[in-house]
Design a protein around this ligand. Structure first.
Ligand code: HEM
Length: 66
């Protein structure tokens, strides 16, 4: 890969844009056809990643604060 994959937690992307990237990806990401991943499964993933809390501050990780 040319670089890190972007953070998807709390993505502001529309489902249409999210789906476009998965079906016809730009750059390095592998494509997922509807045969491999249905629109329903993709919607489930979209709802899941949007529900994730996202980045947390370093102070919230005890192991990084010793
Ligand atoms: C079902 C699984 C996946 C979903 C739902 C997904 C979703 C996405 C989305 C929505 C973006 C665009 C984000 C943005 O522009 O802010 C993206 C970009 C990207 N994803 Fe994925 N992705 C998946 C699997 C993968 C896998 C398996 C890889 C690597 C092996 C990968 C690597 C990347 C990379 C590197 C980008 C940045 C664009 C590029 O350079 O291709 N993704 N992904």
């Amino acid at each position: 890969m040319n670089g890190p994959a972007p953070i998807l937690a709390q993505t502001g992307m529309s489902f249409a844009a999210f789906k476009r990237q998965v079906r016809i990806p730009i750059n390095d990401m592998p494509a997922y056809s509807e045969r491999m991943l249905s629109d329903k499964e993709l919607m489930d993933i979209f709802v899941f990643v949007r529900s994730l809390p996202g980045r947390r501050p370093v102070k919230d990780f005890p192991i990084l604060n010793n």
